[in-house]
Design a binder for this molecule. Structure first.
Ligand code: GLN
Length: 493
């Protein structure tokens, strides 16, 4: 049968097309990698591409199908992993000089599960070093560019994954989210990304940033592709004691149930004056679409929201300073060539290996954990975290989920905020609460600014109701086309 170009299809259609022998898996993987090669010089979304190993896996899938064997539920579906997710293929450096060339001894559980289900890893994506940043400018390998406007950032820290999701298609991308790093870049690149509930997905094999906040999740063009990926990522992993032993719902079945009769809260604290008016307008237009779908909408309050960002900055830095202590020039990665003593070796290896933002976080973290300041900063932040969590528990007694913008601003020019950390941290004010409260959050495209940059809306749900946040986004995408827009850099495929 003559092969249609598979790239305009989504990951489910790719899966079904390979199974139904409408095209060969090898053709799909070759087309995806050709497209990556076309867009990557302009975007720098991927930092490694595994052409030959991926094509070899694809031929294996084709052989299994030809022999009438079951190649697995995700057979032939291409995916990428963020640079901080360990893979057998290539290196796992978290885009840091300190882990340059590091080859992981084992793959992350999520990667292993996806590969066992037949999905094919085609590359690793760029990111802010160790996940610290909101623009992918903190990568030791150089920045990623926004596919909608290459002078602008793609968001971060999973900026490579979101840019690739917008510019390639037919696949999904694993990101990680500690304070918004799946959702904010998804918003800036006009794609869909979900941070699952803490404990829903194993973190084993994720290079840790802040262990009580980190979670791996998928980024793709649509909620249904995210549902497909999550299906094969979620669930208890004996290698991660924080992964929960709860049944994994049938996400694809759940998202098709519609949202009529469900309720959405509008948290007034998530629409502060700092939100650009156009972003507010697009999100309210999305709220109107939900009303037309039969969703009941009411205002709710999450009163501790203004404290979320400082709380996040303190807790994430404290945990990072502890997690990153292992990079000492001896156990892993980069070792300074000249050192006169053990202390000198530590200090030179870390001094030369870490970038400026990572050093800033380590200094803040060790400071807030130090004996004289522990109570004043870290302990207080832990108490406020509890209050933020209670806000959500109270809101979710009144409504099934809440809706708000993902970011107060759209993508900004490369260089515009990087010299002022406070300005960069300010773009995270609407995403960090999901991590502090351990609730699931999804970002999905809801239009453009008049200037042509994507706008993202965000839905938070109750813990372990990941299926429901996906269901809201999928229902919206069933009656709107924003997720079908493709950036110019993608070209005619
Ligand atoms: N932008 C936030 C930070 O810089 C969140 C990063 C993340 O989620 N990994 O810490």
């Amino acid at each position: 049968m003559p092969a249609a170009n598979p790239l305009p299809l989504d990951a489910l259609q790719i899966r079904d097309g390979i199974r139904g022998r409408r095209f060969r898996c090898e053709e799909v993987i070759a087309a995806v990698i050709d497209q990556i090669d076309r867009i990557n010089p302009a975007l720098h979304a991927l930092i490694e591409v595994f052409r030959e190993p991926a094509l070899e896996r694809a031929r294996e899938v084709d052989r299994q199908i030809a022999a009438g064997r079951d190649p697995g539920p995700l057979a032939g579906v291409p995916f990428t992993a963020k640079g901080n997710i360990c893979t057998r293929e290539g290196t796992s450096s978290a885009a840091s000089k300190i882990l340059k060339g590091y080859r992981a001894p084992y793959p992350a559980t999520v990667v292993d599960r996806l590969q066992r289900a037949g999905a094919i890893l085609v590359g690793k994506t760029n990111m802010d070093e160790f996940g610290m940043g909101s623009s992918t400018e903190n990568s030791a390998l150089g920045p990623t560019r926004n596919p909608w406007r290459t002078t602008h950032v793609p968001g971060g820290s999973s900026g490579g994954a979101a840019a690739a999701a917008a510019a390639v298609g037919g696949m999904f991308h694993l990101g990680s989210d500690t304070g918004g790093s799946i959702r904010q870049p998804s918003a800036y690149c006009g794609v869909t990304g979900i941070k699952p509930t803490y404990g829903r997905v194993s973190r084993y094999g994720l290079l840790a940033f802040a262990s009580s906040l980190d979670q791996i999740g998928p980024i793709a063009q649509s909620a249904r592709e995210c549902a497909l990926a999550l299906q094969h990522m979620a669930g208890r992993d004996p290698m991660d004691s924080t992964s929960m032993d709860l049944p994994v719902p049938d996400y694809l079945a759940e998202i098709g149930k519609g949202v009529e009769g469900l309720s959405l809260g509008i948290p007034k604290e998530y629409f502060p004056p700092a939100i650009e008016p156009e972003i507010r307008d697009r999100v309210f237009a999305a709220i109107d679409a939900f009303k037309r779908l039969g969703v009941k909408v009411k205002e709710v309050s999450l009163p501790h929201t203004p404290l979320a960002n400082p709380t996040y900055v303190l807790i994430s830095a404290a945990e990072a300073s502890s997690n990153l202590a292992r990079y000492d020039g001896i156990h892993y990665g980069y070792r300074a060539p000249k050192a006169s003593s053990l202390f000198d070796l530590y200090s030179r290896s870390r001094g030369e290996g870490f970038g400026p933002e990572v050093k800033r976080r380590i200094m803040v973290g060790t400071f807030v954990l130090s004996s004289g300041y522990y109570d004043a900063f870290y302990l207080k932040a832990m108490k406020v975290r509890r209050l933020i969590r209670r806000d959500f528990e109270e809101a979710f007694r009144q409504v099934d989920a809440v809706i708000c913008p993902t970011s107060p601003v759209p993508a900004f020019p490369i260089g515009a905020r990087i010299d002022d950390p406070m300005k960069l941290y300010a773009v995270d004010i609407l995403t960090v609460s999901a991590n502090l409260a351990s609730v699931p959050g999804i970002s999905f495209p809801c239009g453009f600014t008049s200037d042509g940059l994507p706008v993202g809306a965000q839905i938070y749900g109750r813990p372990f109701e990941d299926d429901r946040v996906l269901r809201f986004a999928h229902s919206y995408q069933s009656v709107t086309d924003h997720h079908r827009n493709r950036p110019p850099v993608r070209g005619e495929v």
